[in-house]
Design a protein around this ligand. Structure first.
Ligand code: ADP
Length: 665
């Protein structure tokens, strides 16, 4: 018995949690050491006292142990025990009744688990959760604020962009007139002094336009709106044309220009020739500006290449004033010049190199400079260009000084609302010896176009009543006319090139109009369209140009009328079936037949004196056909060949009748 009792005692004492037995009256009958420790009251004093007295909430404690008697057990009821010294201990109260051998309830055994540690952990957890929630809400608030700030910043950038673009438009329009008329005036007779004054006006005007363009470019780069074209172009031609612009200046300053061009560079590359032009132009212009004797060297080297692309290094060196070492980094920042006197001595705004750096870096290149005061500077940058099999467009020829073409009897429709600009365009076109008609908006332009024949349209974009986009859209879609349309735009920055292309504008020239650029672009498009069937309205037959020329046939047949008539009949007989066969084989993508058909047509072009451009076009079709390749240009070329051949047939029929008549008379 003693042994059993010892055993029970050891079990009770083994528990680190307080363990208490209570009589049916709620009096403590026994306890372990842990209970004594947690209450701070010894066994004698605890025994026989009310169990619930030791809790902070005695009523709740009483309720709980009553529940044990009622239900037979209770689990995990939270209560707080009070130590006699005042210290409180949180416990979870678990209890169950114990009975005698007959099943009579004798009392309750209660275990109170000390949950102080868990409480600490759970409080910490709750706190952490509260903190986390707070942090989340702070973060969310910050995010909302940041989003708001971004929106404000974005709208500020947009406002800046809009402001700059509006300003540029407002400034460029009158500048266009000022510079344009100054140029016109400079060509008239006037005293030396007057010429001097006018030249000064023109120089200032030019400088202002450069500044506006620079600021606009920077704004565009800043707002990430700078778009780089990917067009095929001939690099060597582009470089020579560019350097040609400096020849006069270099000669004037008695400098020597050295050009090194790596012959390994493929002829045609794909990239943005206009931006490349801008970069090199800035660097060469600085080199010339800051050099008073010696040489300017421009070297273009192939650094590396693979199947797809080439990496080319451009270096522009001079023997000029040089740049102080400490300033080498600064000069690439906005509005930075190497010395405070630079602007006074050499002019400039300190924007050029900042733009150059942006333009190079935006194309994944890098620009560097080496310089020694008094000895000179070298600016170098390398860019990647894609390789291509395609032919270069005529864009690079734009600056080709050799570009001269005798295009006569050209009638231009100028669509422009501002009277000053109208007059200026008229003056320019008079100089090109082009005939000119003016329409003050798109609507008037369409009326004029419906009534008469024109070779090309120069179209302002922003106009009242009907703007340039709407007018072009109408001309292309409703009138189905392919007449070349060149947009005249004051603001290249915000001009939507995609929109221009989408409505069918062929090209654009920015204002103030550089007459050489305008002339070159007009020639390019006239040349292209002259190759096509004549664009003038079909209702104006009197003005229609002949596409055939019998001089060659005359020569070949030694003006034998019968032979001439035979040749013409042969042409008239053969050509229509050949055209049909050409169209059919194109439709059916039967490249062999297409090749053979066009091959048969080719000799007749030169015999009948048809513009050689068509013979070339036919050869191109033949080349594509032999390579089994269909290109986007092909349907249009076939269409043009068809038109010219039909027109030739019409003309030759008349010629045939004339010869016949003359020889019968
Ligand atoms: P700008 O020429 O309009 O002042 P840039 O940004 O083109 O502006 O050039 C910034 C400055 O860098 C110039 O003002 C000049 O001090 C210096 N710099 C640029 N190129 C040269 C050069 N080739 N030789 C000497 N100094 C140069």
């Amino acid at each position: 018995m003693k042994q059993e009792s010892n055993y029970a005692r050891s079990l009770i004492e083994a528990s680190l949690d307080p363990l208490v037995t209570i009589s049916t009256e709620g009096k403590i009958t026994d306890m372990n050491q842990a209970t004594i420790n947690i209450t701070g009251i010894n066994r004698e004093h605890l025994t026989g006292t009310d169990f619930f007295e030791y809790f902070t909430e005695p009523r709740k404690a009483r309720k709980v142990y009553k529940e044990v008697f009622a239900k037979g057990f209770v689990a995990d009821s939270p209560l707080t025990l009070r130590h006699k010294g005042g210290k409180l201990t949180d416990v979870l109260f678990n209890g169950s009744v114990y009975k005698d051998n007959e099943g009579n309830v004798l009392g309750v055994v209660v275990v109170a688990r000390d949950i102080t540690e868990q409480k600490i952990v759970s409080t910490a957890l709750t706190e952490a959760m509260v903190f986390a929630e707070m942090a989340t809400s702070i973060a969310e608030e910050a995010k909302t604020k940041a989003e708001k700030a971004t929106k404000i910043a974005e709208s500020a950038v947009r406002a800046k962009q809009q402001f700059l673009s509006n300003m540029s438009h407002e400034i460029r329009t009158p500048m266009n007139a000022i510079i344009g008329f100054t140029k016109v005036l400079l060509k008239t007779d006037m005293s030396v002094r007057q010429k001097e004054y006018l030249s000064a006006i023109k120089l200032s005007g030019d400088a202002l336009i450069v500044l506006i363009n620079d600021i606009l470019d920077l704004a565009k780069v800043d707002s990430g709106k700078m778009i780089f074209e990917q067009t095929p172009f001939r690099l060597s031609l582009s470089i020579s044309a560019m350097l040609h612009l400096f020849e006069a200046k270099i000669r004037e300053k008695n400098l020597e220009l050295i050009k090194e061009y790596d012959p390994e560079i493929p002829d045609v590359l794909v990239g943005d020739p206009v931006r490349l032009h801008q970069i090199i132009l800035n660097l060469v212009s600085n080199a010339v500006k800051f050099t008073s004797k010696g040489t300017i060297s421009v070297s273009v080297r192939l650094l590396s290449q693979d199947d797809k692309k080439v990496n080319i290094e451009f270096s522009i060196s001079d023997t000029g004033i040089g740049i102080e070492k400490s300033k080498l980094k600064k000069i690439f920042e906005n509005f930075q010049q190497a010395t405070s006197g630079t602007s006074r001595l050499f002019g400039g705004t300190g924007l050029g190199l900042a733009i150059v750096k942006h333009l190079v870096e935006a194309q994944n290149g890098e620009i560097s400079v080496e310089s020694k005061i008094g000895e000179g500077s070298t600016f170098s940058f390398a860019l990647d260009f894609l390789k291509t099999d395609a032919q270069a467009g005529a864009e690079t020829e734009l600056f080709d000084p050799e570009l001269k073409e005798d295009i006569k009897n050209i009638k231009v429709l100028v669509v422009e609302d501002i009277p000053l600009n109208q007059l200026l365009m008229k003056t320019l076109l008079d100089e090109f010896e082009f005939e000119c008609d003016i329409a003050a908006n798109g609507k008037i332009a369409i009326e004029k176009l419906e009534a008469g024949a024109y070779d090309i349209i120069l179209m302002d974009l922003q106009m009242p009543v009907m703007n340039g986009f709407e007018a072009t859209d109408y001309i292309r879609k409703k009138m189905k006319s392919k007449i070349p349309i060149i947009a005249l735009t004051a603001d290249v920055t915000t001009m939507d090139l995609d929109k221009c292309k989408a409505v069918g504008i062929n090209d654009y020239v920015s204002k103030p109009v550089d007459e050489r650029v305008l002339y070159a672009k007009m020639l390019k498009h006239l040349k292209k369209s002259k190759g096509q069937t004549h664009q003038k309205s079909q209702n104006n037959n009197s003005k229609r140009l002949k596409c055939t020329d019998l001089n060659n046939l005359n020569r070949r047949t030694k003006s034998n009328p019968q032979l001439m008539m035979d040749m013409i009949s042969l042409y008239l007989e053969q050509t229509p079936p050949l055209i049909m066969a050409m169209k059919k084989s194109m439709r059916e993508k039967d490249w062999d037949t297409l090749y053979a058909t066009v091959h048969k047509m080719i000799p007749s072009f030169s015999i009948m004196g048809i513009n050689p451009a068509f013979e070339q076009m036919a050869r191109k079709v033949q080349d594509y056909a032999s390579a089994n390749r269909e290109t986007d240009e092909m349907p249009e070329m076939i269409h043009q060949l068809e038109n010219v051949c039909f027109q030739a047939c019409e003309e030759l029929k008349e010629d045939f009748n004339t010869i016949k008549k003359q020889n019968h008379d």
